[in-house]
Design a protein around this ligand. Structure first.
Ligand SMILES: Cc1cc2nc3c(=O)[nH]c(=O)nc-3n(C[C@H](O)[C@H](O)[C@H](O)COP(=O)(O)O)c2cc1C
Length: 180
């Protein structure tokens, strides 16, 4: 898809079809994450791909807000090994590295007709316990992956309204030229 159309077509999807995600599409989105830039090319990202319905249910249960997550055929858990990234000016770049790679996944998914939704509302400790994630690894984000349902659930519509998801600030609110 042409880049501008791709960016415009992406939106957070919270209602999914049961249809499984094809192996080739899953590999395509993961491959796009693999090509992301990172701090000193450290590639600190790690991804857990959850397809098992019982595991999906357990992970979804770690977030009151995002219980609907279990209905997606795949859950992606984006993690980082902070030792493979850096810190400068008090900023921990493992979040940036994983953020870039995860957004590659999000855009690649939209490119092949799959929905995603960045999720930050989860209990990291519980997610790590459910998935057996080692102590030194951080969980940065979760996302469902699957085919968007033809009709958005009422809950999905409510969240979009509360989050005012279509609203974006105009450029003049956040771009400064030459000086702040
Ligand atoms: C870091 C981050 C965390 C988010 N956490 C959640 C979340 O826990 N639950 C949820 O339903 N949406 C979550 N979202 C999705 C945002 O609400 C959504 O991106 C925003 O409303 C804009 O809507 P759009 O993605 O449809 O364009 C998160 C997005 C980001 C980038």
């Amino acid at each position: 898809m042409e880049f501008r159309s791709l960016v415009e077509s992406r939106s957070s999807v919270r209602t999914y079809q049961k249809k499984p995600v094809e192996e080739e599409k899953l590999n395509y989105v993961l491959e796009c994450a693999r090509l992301a830039p990172s701090w000193a090319n450290g590639q600190c990202w790690r991804f857990v791909v959850i397809r098992d319905p019982d595991v999906r249910k357990k992970v979804a249960a770690t977030s009151l807000l995002n219980r609907w997550l279990k209905t997606a055929p795949v859950i992606l858990v984006a993690c980082a090994d902070p030792k493979e990234s850096g810190t400068r000016n008090g900023l921990h770049y493992f979040c940036v590295d994983v953020g870039i790679a995860f957004e590659h996944i999000v855009l690649a998914a939209a490119d092949v007709g799959l929905g995603t939704c960045w999720l930050g509302a989860f209990d990291e400790k519980q997610v790590k316990t459910v998935l057996g994630i080692p102590k030194q690894i951080r969980v940065v984000a979760l996302s469902p992956l699957g085919y968007p349902a033809k009709r958005t659930s009422l809950f999905g519509k409510i969240i979009k309204t509360i989050a005012r998801s279509k609203r974006r600030k105009p450029l003049e609110d956040f771009v400064h030229y030459d000086h702040w």
